[in-house]
Ligand binder design. Structure first.
Ligand code: SD4
Length: 291
């Protein structure tokens, strides 16, 4: 099914995100612009509960956001534990373009965002606050497979020029410890792009992707000749081999090759992803290692 341009992204909210990305791609726009525009859609949507505005807070009630972006020239930018800014992906892009660094965190990331003209906003919606207060009554930290953590958006695009880019953005695991950073802003863990080979992104319990540098692994497997699906499967198998408690968690990988072939693999059934190309948009269920 190799084709270009094409954009793929995690979960059902990927459908609306892909539409925005497609507006860029169908007119010959660049993959890097497509992925930024695409993931801004769930970031701004208060009903998408683990990305941007409306995301679940940490256990102290702070909404802290993680995001990263990578382009076809191996440039990368990232923000972690950023508060009060609705579009962390756009801050990550400016870290990439306007600083000598890759990653800014916490207060420094916020200062940079404000200096770039981003406005501070309250990101804790009434609904998210009510859910958090309910959670506080028991305060048990138990990541629920496919439910609690199911909304990170990772997006990969191949443009008309044949260039690849990717973006990943999240409010992270619901009710995480204050200061916790997941895989999503970590280049190689939650996202990786190599324009000669392909791109990969991930969703689910970020600690597992960090420990295995999952997305870098997927791209390197594609470099060795695996298809995107085979490479995602290899990364899930690596997690299963190395991390004893993997069965308690969900992780899903999504990959796109330089030729426009795509694939996915996850731990638990229930992970799906959206694919948009000239033929339209499809929502596809990923294959899983557990049944
Ligand atoms: C994290 N990977 O912070 C993110 C959460 C996630 O779908 O992907 N949710 O660990």
């Amino acid at each position: 099914h190799a084709t270009k341009p094409i954009v793929i992204s995690t979960w059902e909210h990927g459908v609306a995100a892909n539409q925005a990305a497609w507006q860029v791609l169908q007119h010959g726009g660049k993959a890097i612009d497509a992925v930024e525009q695409g993931v801004r859609v769930p970031e701004a949507d208060p009903n998408v509960r683990t990305v941007g505005l409306g995301g679940y807070p940490d256990r102290e009630g702070n909404v802290t956001l993680d995001a990263c972006i990578m382009d076809e020239q191996q440039n990368a930018g990232s923000v972690a534990c950023l508060q009060h800014i609705k579009h962390p992906i756009s801050v990550a892009r400016l870290v990439m373009e306007k600083t000598p660094h890759v990653m800014l965190v916490g207060e420094g990331a916020l200062q940079f965002a404000k200096a770039q003209g981003f406005k501070e906003e309250n990101l804790l919606t009434q609904q998210a606050e009510a859910d958090w207060r309910e959670w506080l009554k028991q305060s048990k930290y138990q990541p629920v497979i496919n439910i609690e953590n199911h909304d990170t958006i990772g997006m990969l695009a191949l443009d008309n020029n044949g260039d690849l880019s990717g973006a990943c953005t999240t409010s992270g695991a619901a009710y995480k410890m204050a200061g916790r950073v997941g895989d999503s802003p970590i280049i190689g863990a939650g996202l990786y792009v190599d324009n000669e080979v392909g791109a990969a992104t991930a969703t689910g319990m970020g600690e597992l992707m960090i420990k295995t540098v999952g997305c870098h692994l997927v791209v390197e497997m594609m470099r060795q000749g695996m298809s995107p699906t085979e490479a995602c499967m290899a990364a899930v198998e690596r997690i299963a081999d190395k991390l004893g408690d993997y069965q308690k968690f969900q992780v899903g990988f999504l990959a796109l090759s330089k030729s426009g072939e795509y694939g996915s693999y996850c731990i638990q059934p229930g992970f799906n992803y959206a694919v948009t190309a000239k033929s339209g948009t499809e929502l596809i269920d990923a294959k899983s290692i557990l049944s």
